[in-house]
Design a binder for this molecule. Sequence first.
Ligand code: FPP
Length: 249
Amino acid sequence: MKSASPLPSFGRDMSESSSIPRHIAIIMDGNGRWAKERGKPRISGHRAGAESVRECVEGCKQLGVEFLTLYAFSSENWNRPAAEITALMALLERFLEEKAGELMEQNVRLQAIGHLERLPVRTRRKLDKAIERTSGNTSLTLILALSYGAREEIVEAARSLAADAVAGKIDPAKIDNATFASRLYTAEIPDPDLLIRTSGELRVSNFLLWQISYAEIVIFKKFWPDFHQADLNEAVEEYSRRHRRFGGL
Ligand code: FPP
């Protein structure tokens, strides 16, 4: 485990619910570059990144964040070399095995979004088992975005609404934002309040495109394996300083 840092006080009452985002989403970028800088194989960057995941879950729990969504494997990541995909899946399996007990102790509920049926059978089985085992937990909900792509998610939602319209189950004129959102993978999950991205890139990379409409975005230059609990606290502090207007005054 990496060392924990003290909780930020933000110079205000921490019980003020608006200071703490209810939902944080993270684009964990830069594992490969982190490894390259050290002359190591890419997978060692992913391994170090898994440690940052553990630290982040702990940090969110301590802050009282309710939902944490991590972009762990995008639909585009299937285009990576087979050896890297296999190593990433093995890492995910190990994380699920080792972490399940810890998640139980921490009262963390695990969920996943994405084209989960594309995952290797063994990975899927371990994922389902961990989700099932932690389903009754009531503190933080950790959502892994796996084989996830926001455009695919939106297209699927549109397709399911179109099918219902053709079948006469839904009146197209009555489709509104709420109806559409109810067909997304995240139907039961509030939209992210804060989106964090590491490695300095200013892109959203097909991640939660519908859901981040009003999210505050905080970018870190550092690579994901260098992201620690103090950085999470810094992002939340930055979030708490911003005045969210949702398009109003
Ligand atoms: C981006 O870095 C990261 C990924 C594609 C995978 C994220 C995976 C982890 C953090 C580890 C495993 C996850 C869990 C939940 C245990 P990159 O490879 O695109 O880096 P680069 O842009 O520098 O090449």
